[in-house]
Design a protein around this ligand. Structure first.
Ligand code: FAD
Length: 327
């Protein structure tokens, strides 16, 4: 029998997250026609029910309160689910939480691990081969994962989301007693965003709107935030902006900031220095707004608008709000 592929699901508020849907798509491909896909969630029955529409044959369910959902607790529960489902591969969405779980799970389950993966294939001899960008996107690493078990965190948006399929999976309750005592004792007291930013977290966002020095002043940067809000996007910034103290370093995209790969990246008043490009070059579609037609950002942009951001961005925001029916 082909061992199953287990998806470690994230389903906040009972809704299946985008990265989890992408993991289901990869799991189906890896399992092939003879294998099976399983899922594990710590979000209780509501989360399990939501996962059922992505066709897993089995779902392992634990119900642990959000404040106790430490990565150590989730790793322990996922390792048990991997063992009980006789899985050979666990797929994790490449979210901040997912990346945090990978190492712990790999150690606990005795598996090889890889993060930021953009391609997974099997060699003719049945070994798992992964590819992922390294050195800030300037090179691609190909690596063979040796051994019978592997935990793989997928790079967000590198794979398409799985379509929904009707199924009636078998549900299995996970016993909380597998959670180590030190993880039970750990309780998250609060979670506050360090940058005070609203909207989705930058590394996981489907759309990112980033602003650069072309905005001229810290106050003008609010134009970027308004545009991001109208699109449900995360806000990013160039280093010129964070160095100037207009916005916190946690928003910086690039070599010494965050790497993002959204479906849509809008760069406003950003010249396109190589150190910025390496952090966003793998975005699916890049739009640039810049007054200088020879700005390097236009070399990587799919769509370019030559013009003044200070007049273009408010007009764009207004139009998007109108189209989306936002007041
Ligand atoms: C070791 C190292 C690491 C670095 N890491 C990073 C990093 O992680 N991320 C990063 O971003 N940078 C990084 N940098 C800095 C990088 O080299 C650039 O200096 C920086 O990205 C420039 O930011 P910018 O594009 O906002 O500003 P600028 O280069 O000054 O570009 C501003 C752009 O705005 C345009 N503009 C001006 N007015 C308007 C207007 N009204 N409307 C529209 N466009 C307008 C201009 O034509 C120009 O192209 C790093 C540098 C080093 C040396």
């Amino acid at each position: 029998m082909t061992p199953s592929v287990l998806v470690l699901a994230e389903s906040p508020a009972g809704a299946v997250s985008g990265p989890t849907k992408e993991a289901f798509g990869v799991a189906r491909t890896l399992a092939g026609p003879d294998g099976s896909v399983a899922a594990v969630t710590t979000g209780g029955p509501a989360a399990a029910q939501a996962l059922a529409s992505f066709g897993p044959r089995d779902i392992w369910v634990a119900d642990i309160p959000t404040e106790s959902t430490t990565s150590g607790a989730v790793a322990a529960l996922a390792a048990r689910a991997a063992q009980e489902s006789a899985s050979a591969i666990v797929l994790v969405g490449g979210t901040t939480f997912g990346r945090d779980v990978v190492g712990r799970l790999a150690v606990r389950w005795g598996a090889a691990a890889a993060t930021g993966v953009t391609e997974v294939t099997r060699t003719d001899s049945g070994e798992l081969r992964v590819r992922r960008p390294v050195f800030g996107g300037r090179a691609t690493e190909t690596r063979t994962l040796l051994g019978p078990r592997a935990v793989i965190a997928l790079r967000p948006h590198a794979f398409g989301a799985a379509s929904e399929i009707v199924g009636t999976p078998a549900m299995h309750l996970l016993d909380r007693s597998v959670i180590p005592a030190n993880e039970v004792a750990a309780r998250r007291v609060s979670l506050a965003s360090a940058d005070g930013a609203s909207g989705p977290p930058l590394p996981d966002a489907t759309i990112v709107v980033s602003g650069g020095r072309g905005l001229r002043t810290a106050a003008n940067f609010s134009l970027i935030e308004d545009l991001a809000r109208s699109l449900g996007a995360a806000v990013g910034a160039s280093r010129a902006v964070t160095d100037a103290g207009w916005r916190p370093p946690s928003l910086q995209v690039g070599q010494t900031g965050r790497a993002v790969s959204p479906q849509l990246y809008i760069a406003v008043g950003i010249s396109g220095a190589i150190q910025h490009l390496v952090g966003m070059i793998s975005s699916r579609t890049i739009v640039a707004i810049n007054t200088d037609p020879s700005a390097p950002i236009f070399k990587v942009a799919d769509y370019g608008i030559v013009g003044d951001a200070l007049t273009l961005v408010p007009a764009l925001t207004q139009e998007i709000r109108k189209v989306r029916g936002l007041s």
